[in-house]
Write a protein that binds this ligand. Structure first.
Ligand code: ZN
Length: 155
């Protein structure tokens, strides 16, 4: 079976094993194998899909961090599938600390503008510089949210 790397976030280029015609195939679900039907000769080529490993991505996303009834505007400066680096606008960071459970809400800058709402735990706090590292609690790798994040995070 032909191995195909998925670099793009939502499609890959398939080449027919019989006549060599290439076509762009959209990926709507994170499948590992796919039968690609040729647009020219109609033959089917089975393809194995390999996804690049997720990594930490530099971001500039506005969001909100919710703790009890408090809503704080924050900026996400980098993220991975599991964690976020948050920056609180000056003058200072609210009185939260390691182990506090918050809800992080933001809109992913992908094609579908996916609304993300995740429970996160505060892991590191730098009150002086208003920096905060958080980890996603109870990560559901196959949820709609995580799939959207996974695709968007792929290099
Ligand atoms: Zn063909």
């Amino acid at each position: 079976m032909k191995k195909q790397f998925v670099n793009n976030q939502d499609s890959f280029t398939a080449i027919c094993g019989y006549c060599g015609t290439s076509k762009r195939v959209p990926i709507t679900e994170r499948v590992l194998c796919m039968d690609v039907c040729c647009i020219t000769c109609g033959q089917i080529t089975p393809v194995q899909l390999c996804y690049r490993k997720h990594f930490r991505k530099q971001t500039d996303i506005e969001g909100v961090l919710i703790y009890n009834t408090h809503h704080w505007p924050i900026k996400i400066t980098n993220m991975s599938i599991r964690g976020y680096q948050l920056v609180f606008p000056k003058p200072h960071m609210p009185n939260i600390g390691n182990g506090d459970i918050c809800v992080l809400k933001y809109q992913l800058p992908n094609k579908n503008k996916t609304q993300i709402s995740e429970e996160v735990e505060i892991k590191t706090c730098d009150h002086k510089n208003g920096l905060c590292g958080v980890l996603v609690i109870d990560l559901q790798p196959y949820s709609k949210i995580q799939k959207a994040k996974g695709f968007w995070l792929m290099p």
